[in-house]
Design a protein around this ligand. Structure first.
Ligand code: C5P
Length: 229
């Protein structure tokens, strides 16, 4: 069974998707991390972002793997580095390239093949897994998302003015929405959850209920106990 969760930056997708997968005993796939890894690799290899042919060649041969919660790019742990601002600021130069999207989408389908998985990103329900049994679109108002990010940064001791977060977030959302391939949008058969005023626990519970409803209504033969490892 495939559960897709798409939505804009800062909607809390990653944490909730990870918890949903753990609760169901499904695998978890963070597809944003894959785009981040290729962006980091391109920066490290000093490939010019205008040199699409080299970016494509690099993305097609780079290896992305997970070892438990660690993300390995060409064998090296990049879990922390892919979250750096330079990666976030440059990622669209990678995510806009159709051939790179095709390579990563193919890899996402290989990872999901024959397994129960919760996969999270922008285009999972629309382009990568149009046949997914359960499609969720998690959103929240721009202000609420920016406030949550602001709070996280305060807790990390790196406060940034709320207004700046809001501006950057809006620019990123707009770009993600307008990308010709893999654009951020709910698929027609997705269930949208707006998490304004909801706790992460509320959202998780709503998603769990939805997944269980799908399993029942489609009479899927799936056991949803948490995995031992
Ligand atoms: O989810 P995360 O913030 O890590 O994603 C980073 C960026 O990667 C997004 O803003 C988007 O541009 C790109 N992305 C994408 N398709 C996905 C996941 C992420 O284009 N499936």
């Amino acid at each position: 069974m495939i559960v897709t969760i798409d939505g804009p930056a800062g909607a809390g997708k990653s944490t909730i998707a990870r918890n949903l997968a753990a609760t169901l005993g499904f695998r978890f796939l963070d597809t944003g991390a894959m785009y981040r890894a290729i962006t980091l690799g391109a920066i490290r290899k000093e490939i010019e972002f205008d040199n699409q042919a080299s970016l494509i060649a690099y993305a097609q041969k780079a290896t992305i793997r997970w070892d438990q919660d660690k993300l390995l790019l060409d064998g090296g742990d990049v879990t922390e580095q892919i979250r750096s601002p330079i990666v976030t600021d440059s990622i669209r130069r990678i995510a806009d390239i159709a051939e790179i999207r095709t390579a990563l989408s193919d890899q996402q389908r290989r990872i999901a093949a024959g397994d129960n998985i919760v996969t999270e990103g922008r285009d999972q329900g629309t382009e990568v897994f149009p046949e997914a049994e359960c499609k969720l679109f998690l959103t929240a108002s721009p202000l609420e998302r920016a406030k949550r990010r602001h709070q996280q940064l305060v807790e990390l001791g790196r406060p940034i003015p709320l207004h700046d977060i809001l501006t950057t977030q809006e620019r990123r959302d707009e770009h993600d929405r307008e990308r010709p391939l893999g654009a951020l949008r709910p698929s027609e058969d997705a269930i949208t959850i707006n998490s304004d005023g909801m706790t992460a626990e509320d959202v998780l519970q709503e998603m769990l209920n939805t997944v269980h409803q799908v399993i029942e209504s489609r009479q899927l033969n799936i056991s949803t106990a948490p995995r031992a490892s």
